[in-house]
Design a protein around this ligand. Structure first.
Ligand code: ZN
Length: 290
């Protein structure tokens, strides 16, 4: 057998030391590489999720907002700013353009009735406007729900929705259909509150805002006689007359579900403007205690 190793112990010991040094260096490099790979992997895992909504910014002074996108939209440009749901809604309601690709307006239920009626791209569940709107009422039960007994403003801003009549075409909605839709929504919210394990009083309430020409609803952790209205209001026994008042007041056509207005100004309005005639509010207990 060919043997090129030195024959004496001294030189063998030297060679051994020399090669041990090499093995040590190779081991150190393997460890360093493995550590870096693990760090990269952890970085990928811990990276924050993409923002839910983003505003695409223009060029020039102040980088004016140009369009609202869903956070994962690949059509959004490089200049962008993440925004929360509330700000996305506010920006859209002040007329900022919604991306036609990801449709944040549809996702945030800020829909121009024209779009629903005539826009071909947005798939409506039922086809006709009236049933789309009834579906939207039902979907209030699926929307984010805040129950913060210590913060009425958060409850109001998160839970308040408005239904405005803007269309003259389409099948007229009957009060009975709208009442049934709201009752179903109340039942859905009641179920969710029970599942949330929220123990306390909660009220789902619907009223006709005459000034805005809108039917509105909200949920608060308050009893029916402590709703966050500043002016006087009376609790209506039946929702029917409230809805009828709205329908009679509005266009005779279908109605649009929209939350175009800034919830904060609603609260301001509700809290500062005295009602001339007492507001009629229909309430439904949705809490786990009464
Ligand atoms: Zn987009």
């Amino acid at each position: 057998m060919f043997d090129d190793l030195p024959p004496d112990l001294d030189r063998l010991q030297t060679l051994r030391t020399y090669h041990l040094l090499w093995v040590r260096r190779i081991n150190a490099k393997i460890e360093a590489l493995q550590r870096r790979q693990a760090e990269e992997e952890r970085g990928r895992r811990d990276r924050p999720p993409p923002p839910e909504w983003i505003v695409e910014l223009g060029i020039g002074t102040g980088r004016p907002p140009v369009q609202v996108h869903a956070g994962n939209c690949h059509m959004a440009g490089k200049r962008r700013r993440p925004v929360d749901r509330g700000e996305a809604r506010r920006l859209l309601s002040t007329g900022l353009q919604a991306c036609t690709h990801c449709r944040p307006d549809a996702q945030l239920h800020i829909i121009d009735l024209d779009v629903v009626s005539y826009g071909g791209s947005w798939a409506s569940p039922g086809g006709d406007t009236a049933s789309v709107l009834l579906t939207w009422i039902a979907e209030v039960a699926e929307e984010p729900l805040a129950l913060e007994p210590g913060d009425r403003r958060v409850e109001w801003e998160t839970n308040t929705w408005s239904l405005g009549a803007e269309d003259e075409d389409g099948r007229p909605l009957s009060a009975a259909e709208v009442v049934a839709a709201f009752e179903q929504t109340a039942a859905g919210i009641r179920e969710r509150i029970r599942e949330l394990g929220f123990s306390g009083v909660a009220t789902f309430y619907v009223w006709h805002d005459v000034q805005a020409g809108q039917l509105r609803c909200s949920t608060g952790s308050v009893p029916p006689d402590e709703l966050p209205f500043n002016g006087t209001y009376v609790v209506a026994d039946h929702l029917g007359p409230v809805v009828e008042g709205f329908l009679a007041d509005s266009m005779p056509g279908a109605v649009a579900w929209s939350d175009l207005d800034d919830a904060e100004s609603h609260l301001e309005q509700a809290m500062t403007e005295p009602e001339i005639t007492p507001l009629r509010v229909w309430t439904s207990s949705v809490g786990t205690s009464h």
